[in-house]
Design a protein around this ligand. Structure first.
Ligand code: ATP
Length: 312
């Protein structure tokens, strides 16, 4: 760890209670409660206008809050922004790095602003830009520029990284590569708070997810347990040849758009009976699949209430 300055003893990198913020007469945040444990990746999800950017900018010290308590690495970003700055790295959606510098020159420039920078070569290697170390920024692809943004944020060896929609606009391969970079930052022990609209990104990267809607956190948990998703019934689906129906004792199923569907708390037992019947009867269960609600399913149902939707 680069520096223990200001770090709270309770293992939390971020602790927010009752955070409020109004713009004119509009209540953008109405009491946000949020914890991020040190060394964890937290994904902040939420519909447009939910209050994610407002929350993150308050944590970064770039926006004033109206009420509530906020501790970031043991500091109050509203009062201790100067002390907080070297401990935090920020990757915004668009950054203004100088286009005519090389990758190495850019990272070096930012390193010099910090008391305990990481070695420049190591930072460039870590974000996967070693082959482009001497390339000018303007020649980098969009995905490579995003990696450079991460290198810049990592240059000062911060304890906490804020990543704002880190893969928006990426092709699928670039997105997976960026995820590897984010994971490698987490492996360094960094705490990462990322905002994203991609549920697969949250599922893949996050230790925990928090859903903001209507200016407050409406759900929080691991990606697998959000909204009690892990306890939801499994959905079993299959097709059968025309005119065929499974016997009720094998699988009491409903027919939906040509598919037989049934829900089960314990799909193993149902599948045992169903596949046993199919084998005995010499029938193929076409397209057989077993699924539980995805993170996206849970997110959509959590944010479906009118007050949780677009407030822009
Ligand atoms: P998105 O996913 O679209 O980026 P968000 O969750 O980040 O949205 P915020 O940018 O925090 O949402 O905005 C929360 C609410 O506050 C929105 O209704 C927005 O219009 C409003 N808001 C944000 N900044 C200001 C401002 N400077 N002045 C007035 N209203 C603002």
């Amino acid at each position: 760890m680069s520096s223990g300055a200001g770090v709270a003893d309770d293992g939390l990198a971020v602790s927010v209670r009752g955070l409020t913020k109004s713009y004119g007469g509009f209540d953008a945040l109405v009491g946000v409660d949020l914890d991020v444990e040190r060394g964890q990746i937290l994904a902040l999800l939420g519909p447009n206008g939910a209050g994610k950017t407002t929350t993150v900018e308050i944590l970064e010290g770039y926006r004033r809050r109206d009420g509530g308590t906020v501790r970031v690495l043991g500091l109050d970003p509203g009062r201790d922004r100067t002390r907080l700055k070297p401990l935090v790295g920020i990757v915004l959606q668009s950054t203004g790095v100088e286009q005519y510098l090389t990758v190495t020159e850019t990272v070096t420039l930012y390193s010099q602003c910090y008391p305990h920078p990481r070695p420049v070569g190591e930072v460039i290697e870590r974000v996967g830009l070693a082959a482009k170390a001497d390339a000018r920024v303007k020649t980098l692809s969009g995905g490579q520029q995003r990696r450079l943004d991460m290198a810049v944020a990592l240059a000062g060896d911060p304890e906490l990284l804020f990543l704002d929609e880190p893969t928006t606009g990426f092709d699928p391969a670039a997105r997976h590569e960026a995820w590897e970079v984010v994971k490698s930052l987490a492996e360094l022990g960094k705490t990462i708070l990322l905002t994203t609209h991609y549920m697969d990104e949250a599922q893949h990267l996050a230790d925990r997810v928090a859903v903001i809607a209507g200016g407050r956190v409406i759900a929080e948990g691991t990606p697998d347990s959000l909204g009690e998703r892990d306890r939801a019934q499994a959905l079993i689906r299959f097709r059968l040849p025309d005119g065929m129906t499974p016997p009720v004792e094998a699988a009491p199923s409903a027919r939906v758009d040509g598919w037989f569907e049934l829900r089960a708390d314990q799909p193993e037992a149902v599948l045992h009976r169903l596949t046993g019947w199919a084998l005995d009867a010499g029938v193929t269960l076409e397209g057989l699949e077993v699924s539980r609600p995805s993170l996206e399913d849970v997110y959509l149902s959590l944010t479906a209430a009118p007050e949780a939707r677009d407030r822009r």
